[in-house]
Design a protein. Sequence first.
Length: 63
Amino acid sequence: MSKVLDMVAPDVIDYCANEECGAEIYFGQPVTKIGNELVCSGKCLIKKLGAVTVIAGREVSAE
Ligand SMILES: [Zn+2]
């Protein structure tokens, strides 16, 4: 929408620790920290931890 946002580089302080995501993490953005690594969302946190969401009692992915 705004061209100004494209020209002014935001303060990227890190990248999402989930390699599949790798999203830029900006200063002031709410993130989840795992040790010294940051992830951009709960979904990336789960991926990073190697956890999967399943239906209890059935090893079937809920996704
Ligand atoms: Zn991410």
